[in-house]
Write a protein that binds this ligand. Sequence first.
Ligand code: SD4
Length: 339
Amino acid sequence: MLQRRKFLQLSSLGLGAFSFSGFTKDKTATRKPIVISTWDAGIAANAAAWKVLGKGGRALDAVEQGVMVTEASQNCCVGLGANPDRDGFVTLDSCIMDENANCGSVAFLERIKHPVSVARRVMEKTPHVMLVGSGAQQFAVEEGFTLEPQKLSDDAKKSYEQWLKKSEYKPMINIENTNKKQTAFVPTKFDNGEWNHDTIGMVAMDAAGNLSGSCTTSGMGFKMRGRLGDSPIIGAGLFVDNEVGAATATGQGEDVIRICGSHLVVELMRQGLSPENACKKAVERIIKIKGAKAKEIQVGFIAINKQGEYGGYCIQKGFNFAVCYADDKNFMVDGKYII
Ligand code: SD4
């Protein structure tokens, strides 16, 4: 009787067999649709993705439309409003992957507002996976994308001028202000006015149980011209395996590439680890490789599996991610950390 009353209470909240912690109690139950994405910009991006998923749409459409919100935001550092490279040019990297292992990617792309959509066209309209630089831009223009003016946003101009004073080339650690309870995206800056991160990675499962992911970035601020991080690299910044799960990464891209990070997370889930433990193991591997230098960097992974379980882990405090699985369930989760 008690059991039945408890079940009815949960059902009336629309939670059925799920626990409040975000993990399924009943191993046969699957939470879907679900979308998760990195950093606090993920709240707005998830909301856009949910417009697709909530209506029974495809995860691939959701992860494209979700991160397009972030790419278009003038208050964020992911798209054309972002920090430039050390020569003063904004260069964008992005990739996308669907449930059939189709994938597309663009890198070192300039003057295009939505690199994720160009990546999707590479996937759908070319025999290739990756286009870079002027070739990627040429393809985008041929596909009808507008060539935007080459102009820094006011914030990026200020940050760049500030950076030029010292022209110091050191990796920036991504730290989010996790004390704030945010319901809408409020960009966070370092005390010196610089943006603290420049990427959004998103993975989703739709009502049909299919997985997809996207990742899009302006890369590390004031990077060397031509530098690519993990974000446009399938297996590093993003990986999807429809039998197992999907993962994406943020932070110091060089160190994600070193371990094929997102692919590693998915393979660890294949071996039976939960999304959170798979992300943790991948973070531990980076820490082992970096030794004492690990405390100088940040890397965070997030992942979902086919049961709709989710998790994230990072090197050090300050990483968070947004989780959405209902109209009224779109919330931030602080990533657990090791250092
Ligand atoms: C890169 N992984 O280019 C990206 C940077 C990032 O939040 O995630 N910033 O290395």
